[in-house]
Design a protein around this ligand. Structure first.
Ligand code: FES
Ligand SMILES: [Fe+2]
Length: 391
């Protein structure tokens, strides 16, 4: 190396190590061991610094089981669903042999997306760019005009596989090649959810919200133990027995639950949110599902960049018959209203997190144990990512 090149390399290394020291100091500034009564939230830069978002993408989202679709989308051979997970294009497809597989949706020729629809059915995966064909098992089947190319083995040029598993109504993928099985990741959530019989519900519709806030702001809002409900969601508040609201943290999930009361205060909410209890599950890091009698909605929070996220709501009902349509639509509209109320506040919080007036906030012991649980799980992942032994 010439002297100038060595200088440049040294400067580059110095910048890199200064940057990683800055990230380490931001991550290290959260005290995960404080008891709830003394704890603070994760500090504001965790929500506003693009380097933290990138660290999360490379660790949290690339190493956890991520929901990418519904099993109802891939029941028949050839059915597929695509998604972006940790910024990576992914496709899951059921083979002719009935096996569900997932792959990076990246052509081995010149990297185009092979499958371009959100979901559908195909007998072969056909790249739209130069027409390479892949089987439903990811194997490369054919390449037009490739005669004479030497040292090229079709067998080495199949789509790159990704781990995929299913649980209840959901398809999960994990980009980490050595990820532990999904059942281990879910832990005691599996027996906790089983009695609710989610498999009996049917998918109805999807609503998508793009929100100008960090993905964690939306999750925090969800995990505040109903703290905001009486203030922000007057309609929803009328059907919940707010004083009896419970919060349980275990493994990688939090269950918030509340007995239901009959309400005439808000007719639409009273009519569409029924049963003995409301069940609000959050699975680390970014998936929630909410159950009432004959009702399920799921919320998948997808980070877009440090201060934007997309939340995908899927609604399921027990009765999809034509006579239930108006009721189901009313129920979705009630969900929409709650969502709009949350959306505005999440964007206000993101603006506040950027203010020089704010560093971190304290937590309500009665209400905010779930939020602290989230912050602790996240801090453990980010801290272990920065520990050289784990690299
Ligand atoms: S990029 Fe897919 S065939 Fe060329
Ligand atoms: Fe809310």
């Amino acid at each position: 190396m010439k002297t100038e090149e060595m200088q440049t390399e040294k400067t580059r290394q110095t910048h890199a190590s200064t940057a990683s020291e800055a990230v380490a100091s931001i991550v290290g500034s959260y005290d995960a061991n404080a008891p709830l009564a003394e704890a603070s939230t994760i500090p504001a830069p965790w929500y506003t610094d693009a380097r933290i978002a990138e660290l999360e993408r490379q660790t949290v989202f690339s190493q956890s089981w991520q929901v990418m679709g519904r099993i109802g989308q891939i029941t028949k051979p050839g059915q597929f669903v695509t998604a972006t997970v940790a910024g990576e294009p992914i496709v899951a497809v059921r083979g002719q042999d009935g096996v569900l597989r997932a792959f990076y949706n990246v052509c081995r020729h010149h990297a185009a997306a092979v499958v371009t629809e959100a979901c559908g059915q195909a007998s072969i995966l056909h790249c739209p760019y130069h027409g390479w064909n892949y089987g439903l098992d990811g194997s490369l089947k054919g390449m037009p005009e490739f005669e004479g190319v030497r040292n090229f083995e079709r067998i080495d040029n199949g789509l790159v596989p990704v781990k995929v598993e299913t649980w209840e109504q959901f398809i999960f993928v994990n980009l980490h090649p050595n990820a532990a099985p999904l059942s281990e990741f879910l832990g005691t959530l599996i027996p906790r959810v089983a009695p609710l019989g989610l498999g009996k519900l049917h998918y109805f519709t999807t609503k998508t919200y793009d929100i100008a806030c960090n993905w964690k702001v939306f999750v925090d809002n969800y995990l505040d133990g109903g703290y905001h409900v009486p203030h922000l969601h007057k309609g929803l508040n009328s059907v919940l027995d707010y004083k009896q609201y419970t919060i349980e943290n275990e493994d990688r999930y939090c269950l918030q639950s509340s007995p239901m009361v009959n309400s005439t205060d808000d007719a639409a909410t009273g009519a569409t949110r029924k049963g003995d209890r409301a069940w609000y599950f959050w699975l680390y890091p970014n998936f929630m599902f909410n159950c009432y009698e004959g009702y399920l909605d799921t919320n998948l929070v997808i980070p877009l960049d440090v201060d934007h996220c997309r939340v995908v709501f899927d609604f399921y009902f027990s009765d999809l018959s034509e006579s239930a349509r108006a009721y189901n639509e009313e129920s979705v509209a009630v969900g929409n209203r709650v969502q709009d109320e949350d959306l505005g506040i999440c964007e206000a919080v993101q603006r506040g997190l950027k203010s020089r007036a704010y560093g971190a906030g304290r937590l309500s012991v009665r209400r905010e144990a779930g939020e602290q649980w989230f912050h602790k799980l996240l801090a453990a992942d980010l801290k272990s990512a920065l520990t050289p032994a784990d690299r």
